[in-house]
Design a protein around this ligand. Sequence first.
Ligand code: SF4
Length: 389
Amino acid sequence: MFVVVVIQLCFYSDLLSRIQNLEPERMYVVLGGGVKAEEFVVQRYIAYYRRIKSEYETAWKVERDTYPEPTEHCEVCSWYPLCDKRRRDADHLSFVAGISRNQRKALGERSISTVAGLAELALPIQPKIDRIGEAGLFRIREQARIQVMGRKEGKSIYEMLEPMEADKGLATLPSPSAGDVFLDLESNPFVLDQGLEYLIGFLTLDANAEPRYESIWSLNRAEEKKAFEDFIAVVMDRWQRDAAMHIYHYAPYEPTAIKRLAGRHGTCVDEVDELLRAGIFVDLYRVVRQSLRASVESYSIKRLEVLYGFSRTTPLREANIALNAFEAALALGSRHGADSLLKTIEGYNSDDCESALRLRDWLEVRRTVQESKMGHALPRPAISSGKPG
Ligand code: SF4
């Protein structure tokens, strides 16, 4: 603490030296609660101050030359426009969907540092690129290629992966059914020791095939258990009435969280086992990745929406800020200001659920087109009761 005060005084003395062209002899401070000024001889400290100042300036220069590698925080960072522009100007490899940092580093060592450069890479390449296998290199080269094609055409494009395998991609889509559920959870892994699934949002279709969104909130452990039980009760009821229903989600988080909730609260364990055994959960991310390649910079559902023409009602940046603020309030155990964020988060969650529905429908159309191209029907997964044996 005392060191900081002396450094601050040195800083003022340094500024004074420049203004008056004469270095002050002494510097003074009256510490909190004191009446007597503490006195310091400038010459005794100023050399140390100059040294740390010079070290700071060197470190700052190194930082300034550091590339703004994208991180999760970029989504809410106020510097984002500046960093994004720098990366776009450089056609940075981080824009290639699915490329890893290590792959970018390995490509950089071979002077391949732009999306366009990777798109034009002739394969096979000799000598091989360290730390990237042939399949991985082919995958990211193809991804860069379609992204560059999309740029040239000025629109989002996609291509189906051939050959279409009988147990992957579009062939794993079950037949749409009236009881289908489109699920999305919001959670924070750090609150209440083990994290909290604070919102279960799901969308179903009513008798007129109109989407109907429902949300179940939990702000503490007891509410989380009740929300989970209520959701499983809704699902089991729908399943009983429609044996062909499925729960669609995007990426593997939802079934993992459902299993975790059953274990954490010791409830609905048999029901969850049955749902999993019956293959009720359908991961649309998996279907997308196994069946097509798109000119998107990431395969998050938000980036794919341009392909199936889905428009969100809640702007993503607004939603990300609300999610961060709400989760910070939860982590601090404070409800202060949290209520005003619920509406925005619910809008975002509802958009995610509806987007999953639109994506499923769009994939169904791709499936039909593919079948007519191939001249035969693709298989569907068998319907199972989920009962053991
Ligand atoms: S946007 Fe923010 S978090 Fe992302 S690289 Fe720039 S400064 Fe870092």
